[in-house]
Design a protein around this ligand. Structure first.
Ligand SMILES: *Cc1c(COP(=O)(O)O)cnc(C)c1O
Length: 379
């Protein structure tokens, strides 16, 4: 087989959305013709549908996953003088928004198998200034929310779930990611499991409808009614056009997630058949809870060399994330240094995300696994 002839990409959103193009264009046309571009019926429909799917008290459409995190911190009065405990192994926005709120991000190391925050290490990081815990459901698998929520309850802390990579992911039967803690933040950035056609996000409110009202107020500059401001919020609104697109895509999400799960299952089979699973020091994703495979991330020896080799054969992979947040230049003032979180640092050296998108074919997966085998046989 000529492996060069079949490039394997991480994602081909154009192709994934092609079957929906007519429907998408019609729905965008309706928005344009209606002249209602802000806070119209599409936002309403999306919020109702998402709240109902998640069995949440409310779903508040916002401008991005990042803004979902920021407005959540604001809604819980987290700011200067507060500390928020989170993971150093996540997308930058998790700690970036804590910093922007004026609070201090406090990092805790991760579990080596799920890459999520290690709940057993949180208690030791709690101080009198700790106000909240912000777990991240990395790659599409929930953190240990039972342990996190029990600890938070005991210490009087709030819980904000960064569910940006775990949209419509079950934590346990009937309980969805983003609804277990006080607030849950979703991202519809185009590469996420439910893609927008631009930036978009959402705040899920599990139980507290007064908190939902506050998030809604802060989304439009904190005003109770127009031009009368009880407090300072921001412009965190989602565009009507984004909501229209998301309303077209949402009914397909279940199928896309199923395709990702099927692909994950097939990878497992192929890696075992190829004798690559353990023998070569390669570690497959551990599934402790329902996983929606936003990413299929393996641990490998000589990660960078393997990545280059795959690239040379036309196979795209990616590294989420190459530098833990406690080692980022902008957070130098927090006083952390290399060696503080050995598991996060080891993960940053060893993780490799393989293509797992819904359009990936069994033949492409065979090429990916075959080429990884070739690398470890020949170099
Ligand atoms: C994508 C992502 C965000 C930010 O979402 P945007 O919509 O890009 O602002 C935050 N946290 C995590 C873990 C993410 O993956």
């Amino acid at each position: 087989m000529d492996m060069k002839a079949v490039p394997v990409s991480m994602l081909d959103l154009g192709a994934q959305l092609a079957p929906l193009r007519e429907e998408l264009m019609a729905s965008i046309r309706r928005v344009v013709e209606s002249g209602r571009f802000i806070m119209g019926p599409e936002i309403d429909r999306l919020e109702k549908e998402m709240a109902s799917r998640a069995a949440a008290a409310a779903a508040v459409a916002v401008s991005s996953g990042t803004d979902a995190l920021l407005v959540s911190l604001m809604a819980l009065d987290i700011g200067p003088g507060s500390e928020v405990i989170t993971t150093p192994f996540t997308f930058f926005a998790t700690a970036g928004t804590v910093w922007r709120s004026g609070a201090k991000p406090v990092f805790v190391d991760i579990e080596p198998d799920t890459f999520n925050i290690d709940a057993s290490r949180i208690e030791a990081a709690v101080t009198p200034r700790t106000r909240a815990v912000m777990p991240v459901h990395l790659y599409g698998q929930c953190a240990d929310m039972d342990a996190i929520c029990a600890l938070a309850k005991g210490k009087g802390l709030r819980v904000i779930e960064d569910s940006c990579q775990a949209v419509c992911t079950e934590y346990a039967p009937g309980r969805q990611a983003g609804t277990i803690g006080d607030l849950g933040c979703l991202s519809f950035y185009p590469t996420k499991n439910l893609p927008g056609i631009g930036d978009a996000g959402m705040v899920l409110v599990g139980r507290d409808s007064a908190l939902a009202d506050r998030v809604k107020r802060l989304r439009i500059h904190g005003g109770e009614r127009r031009y009368f401001h009880r407090e300072v919020g921001g412009n965190f609104r989602m565009d009507e056009m984004q909501a229209a697109a998301l309303n077209v895509f949402l009914p397909r999400l279940e199928g896309w997630i199923k395709a990702r799960r099927d692909n994950a299952e097939r990878y497992r089979k192929l890696f075992v058949e190829a004798g690559l699973a353990r023998e070569k020091g390669l570690v497959l994703p551990v599934e402790r809870r329902p996983h929606t495979y936003h990413q299929f991330v393996i641990r490998v020896p000589r990660r960078d060399a393997l990545k280059d080799f795959l690239e040379s054969k036309g196979i795209q992979t990616d590294v989420y994330y190459p530098l833990p947040l406690h080692m980022q230049e902008c957070f130098r003032g927090l006083g952390y240094r290399e060696g503080d979180f050995p598991e996060a640092e080891r993960a940053a050296r060893e993780v490799l995300a393989l293509p797992i998108n819904p359009l990936l074919t069994p033949a492409q997966q065979e090429i990916v696994v075959g080429t990884i085998g070739e690398f470890y046989r020949t170099s």
